[in-house]
Design a protein around this ligand. Structure first.
Ligand code: 3PG
Length: 400
């Protein structure tokens, strides 16, 4: 983007593909980290006199307009953060978008409606995607890719559109890639990886890859129970991906052979049912040993002994990557495990990268100062796929 700015953008229509896919609760943004992350790029372009057209997806609407997934709230928040009016177009490539863009003066910003209200955005058909990209291209003279959270998606606005316009990487993408490189090249050891989240199936690729790179792999979240079951323990009514057990057993064996330490919970916070995340009423959970989970109880967080164990495994690490919460942190009864890992990372002197929408949101909503962490990535799937060594369509298109 510095190259673009030095060439001059005054009066040019610059399409910024951002990732404003923020969590919403009844229409209110609960974590605006992704909006704040794109501010440097939007501000620099606006200050240089560009007519800035910001575009993003939000959630997973079905290729047609759906008010539940409108970007209006994100556009309003962007305006507040910029402390400037931001125009909002109620369609993406239709008359409203053209009117909004035509109405921009140099230095002004418009947000167009959710890209995924159009089937062409996410289509697997190259022609359909290409046609939608052509319609987006009509809105701009230059493309800036800055939606790091979506670079792993081969979508029209991420992959096809940059091919149709002069294209540049924004500040966020440059920063994210710079940081993630530190986790793939010349990593400082010990290198510990903390993986949480619900499904082990989402993490298979990264575990497979990290078995060659990391010194310690620390497991939390719903994934735990597939690991415990793979070791022969009963897991009550906890979340379980039975079909992943053979893969997990393979990883445990490979870790053993390679001298990679897999660290699993020794105790688990359990309850008879999944908590109501809205009411947040007290649920009176109990704590049990991980190898003695009672029938009918489900694990919803790592226990206090496990929190201490994980902290000890992070204390002397030189590099840490963390993706995925340790438990159902959205409910106060099950937030302690995630809080203890976040605290352990703050206490350690390791270079720390927190990756993933959920873990980043957890860090912020649990009241931690996000600036105290080495880097909080705006990309969940994107940072995982980067670490897996995959080619990311949105980065490949910019490098072209
Ligand atoms: C994310 O939240 O990881 C990104 O915004 C991508 O969203 P997606 O998984 O719906 O493509």
């Amino acid at each position: 983007i510095d190259e673009l700015l030095s060439e001059g953008v005054s009066g040019k229509r610059v399409f910024v593909r951002a990732d404003l896919n923020v969590p919403l609760a009844e229409g209110t943004i609960t974590d605006d980290g992704r909006i704040r992350a794109v501010l440097p790029t939007v501000k620099a372009l606006a200050e240089a006199g560009a007519k800035v057209v910001v575009a993003s997806h939000l959630g997973r609407p079905k290729g047609a307009p759906d008010p539940a997934f409108s970007l209006l709230a994100a556009a309003e928040r962007l305006g507040e953060l910029l402390d400037a009016p931001v125009a909002f177009a109620q369609d993406t490539v239709g008359p409203a978008a053209h009117d909004a863009v035509d109405g921009l003066q140099p230095g002004q910003v418009a947000v167009i409606e959710n890209l995924r209200f159009n089937a062409g955005e996410t289509s697997k058909d190259d022609t359909e995607r290409g046609e939608f990209a052509q319609r987006l291209a009509a809105l701009a003279d230059v493309y800036v890719g800055d939606g790091f959270g979506a670079v792993h998606r081969k979508h029209a606005s991420v992959f096809d559109l940059p091919k149709l316009l002069p294209h540049y990487a924004g500040y966020l993408i440059a920063t994210e890639v710079g940081v993630l490189k530190k986790l793939t090249e010349d990593v400082k050891r010990p290198y510990a990886v903390v993986l949480g989240g619900a499904k082990v199936s989402d993490k298979l690729g990264v575990i497979d890859h990290l078995l060659e790179k990391a010194d310690r792999i620390i497991i939390g979240g719903g994934m735990v129970f597939t690991f415990l079951k793979a070791q022969g323990y009963e897991v009550g009514s906890s979340m379980l991906q039975e079909d992943q057990i053979p893969a997990v057993q393979g990883y445990l064996k490979r870790a053993d052979e390679r001298g990679v330490e897999f660290v699993l919970p020794v105790d688990v916070v359990v309850s008879g049912s999944f908590p109501d995340l809205k009411a947040k009423a007290a649920t009176h959970p109990g704590t049990v040993a991980a190898d003695a989970m009672p029938a009918g109880q489900m694990g919803l967080d790592i226990g206090p002994e496990t929190g201490a164990l994980y902290a000890s495994k992070l204390a002397d690490a030189a590099t840490v990557f963390w993706n995925g919460p340790m438990g159902v942190f959205e409910h106060p009864d099950y937030a302690e495990g995630t809080r203890s890992v976040a605290q352990a990372l703050l206490d350690s002197s390791a270079f720390t990268v927190v990756g993933g929408g959920d873990s980043a949101a957890a860090v912020r909503t649990l009241g931690f100062d996000e600036n105290a962490f080495g880097h909080i990535s705006t990309g969940g799937g994107a940072s995982l796929e980067y670490l897996e060594g995959k080619t990311l369509p949105g980065l490949a298109a910019l490098e072209d």
